[in-house]
Structure formats: structure tokens, C-alpha cells
Write a protein that binds this ligand. Sequence first.
Ligand code: SF4
Ligand code: SF4
Ligand code: FES
Length: 370
Amino acid sequence: MERVNYIPQMTTELKNKLNISVNGIEVSCGTESRILDALQRAGFDVPTLCYDERSGPQGTCRLCLVDVEIDGQTQQVASCTAFAADGMKVETHSDSITEYRKTILELLLSETSSPANCPRCLYLKKCDLHYAAEEYGAKWDAFESLVPREKASDDNPFIQRDYDYCISCFRCTNICNDWEQVGAITVEGRGQESSISTFFNNNLLESPCTFCGQCINTCPTGALTDRKIIGTTSAANVERTKSVCPYCGVGCGIHLLTEDGQIRGTEPDFGAPSRGSLCVKGQFASWEFVKSEERLKYPLLKEDGVFKRASWDDALNLITSRFTAIRDESGPDSLVLWSSARSVTEANYLMQKFARIGIGTNNIDNCSRT
Ligand code: SF4
Ligand code: SF4
Ligand code: FES
């Protein structure tokens, strides 16, 4: 039997491991592993719609169901919620499971608007729902279409809420409540009548929402989309470049979204230490200054109350003479230097050297505490 090993995250897993068989291949996992965790780490592809590892398993979409045989008994369990057990035999793509997933997807599709107009699929990339539907050959019109959910009329500038595409997976409310600890959105109603709402059904701008964008990024459909990017890209052409948000010293991981050489927006980098978290600036605005007409491109000196273009020599000579005069007159601690979190580490290092050695003060700071 071929053996697949993966590197356990915690040392305790090395001491306490289980052996399970997946599609006839032996796999090791930690004693407290859920089946999905073991499958994903060993490279087995099982579709999920309601699962976000940051807010934990819910077991509501049932798409991750697998056949499990233990002690001679076979049953179908949701791999995101069920724990692995020693000697367990798992089948991820039996005929019945594959057919079951197709039916679930067709039922979910019958609750939503046409895939042809899905904003996420049009402007960013194939959403998880429509990706899985294509993979399992699930048809949008296999079942009678249910009345679409009411669209939220919300004129906030950042998040388009189009619940015609909502599948009630509740990833958005879980991420907002459990991961972001904001609690701006909640579930209202039951069944097909259920919807994602704010308290008192206010607009997001009137709610505690911080516009972190996490609900957009966890949503597996086009129900929540970055409003600023809608209409500016096409999913087929948009390119992603790994980068770091330049706004503050935390340095959250982002992917810059570009098309035709122009930056159109950002997405979080879930592989970065920030694990996909961003603030409103990183999510919606960290790239906009690149295009600003007000960016400084050369030194400006004020003459008679008006800024005029100057040479670097003139600007640096003025700075030197003023710094020297102030230090000589009032002492080095009369000066304070602010470095920039947007600068590279080496530039910040030089800045603190300049403060301490050049001027003779410890008054040097920035938001990342150089
Ligand atoms: S943007 Fe952030 S705070 Fe606002 S609803 Fe979404 S997850 Fe909650
Ligand atoms: S809006 Fe998206 S994340 Fe929220 S419940 Fe609907 S499909 Fe799930
Ligand atoms: S991903 Fe397991 S039930 Fe939805």
C-alpha cells in the first residue's frame, strides 16, 4: 500500500498519530484531526462550501460528505465535522457520494440566480459554488427555481450584497462574529426565508461593520463582492501578484489584482502570517495612492506661501541648515523624527541611525516602532 505522509503542525501529533486509509492509500494524522483536515493535508480534494478553517466546521452544506468504514460498518459523514479514528477507511469519490454531491449542488443552484451573472465569476474568479457545479456536472435548472432572495439595498461604497446568490452557508456571519469579533451581521428568518442581515436591518454603514472585507473573502458565491472592483476587471484577464499592504507597519499579506498593467484592487493573501486578515485600508484602498495625482514626485519648497518645484540639492541643503540651527539653538531633543512603515527595513534603520548618531536624540518613532 502506498503511504502518504504530511508534516503535522504540532509536535504532539508526532507522538499521538492515527493511521487511516483514504481511497486505499495509508495516511497519518494527529489524534484530534477531523477527517477533512487529514484529507486536505494529504492532498485529497474534497469540495467544501460552508467550511472556513478560521471559524471552524459547521456541517451545514453536506458537500464534504465521504464514505467511512470503521469496524466493518460503512456510513456517510461530513468530513469537516467528524473526527478521524485509527484504522478508519475513507472513500472520497464513491459513485453514491459523487451523485449525492451533484444533487446537493443542483438544489443549491436552484436557490440562486443564473451562474451567467454571478459577479464574483465575472470580475474575480470562478466562485466556489460554480466551480464545484462545473466539476460535478450540476445543472442550474435541474430543479424548479425558488423565488430569489431579496437584494439588500445598501449604498455602502465597499461591499455589494446580492443575496440572490446566497446559499445560507453562514460563513460570513461566523467570520464576522467568531474571527473578526465584530458581530455586524446576523442570520434573520428560517429556510428559504432566511437572509443575512444587520441588526435592525440597517445599512452596513450604520452597523458596527469595520469593512474588513472578511465576509467577502470567505463567501463561496457571488452574494458578497468587492463593489469597487465590479465592472473594472474580467475574471479571465485579472492577474494576481503577491505583495504586502503598504499602509502600516503590520505588513499584512495581499495579492494585488491587475489588468492591462493597472491595479484594480486587492485580495488577502491567506498564505501570509496575517492569514487573510485585512483592515478597511488594506482591503479597499491600499493601492489607490499609486494613481493619485497628488503624489509627490519631486521636492517642493514653499516660497511666499506657495509650493514650488525645487532641486534635491536645494531641498536637502535647507533641511540640513534648519536641523542644524534648531539643534544648536535648543538641543538635540528639541527634534523628533518620524520614519515610515512604508519604507523598507534598511531605510528605517538608516533613519534611526541618523536620529541617534547624526542628531543625537532618541526621539525617533513610527507606527512600527523603529
Ligand atoms: S466587512 Fe468585516 S466587519 Fe463588516 S460585515 Fe464583513 S466581516 Fe463583518
Ligand atoms: S452571503 Fe455568502 S457567506 Fe454569507 S451565507 Fe450567503 S453564501 Fe454564505
Ligand atoms: S464543508 Fe462540511 S458540511 Fe459543508
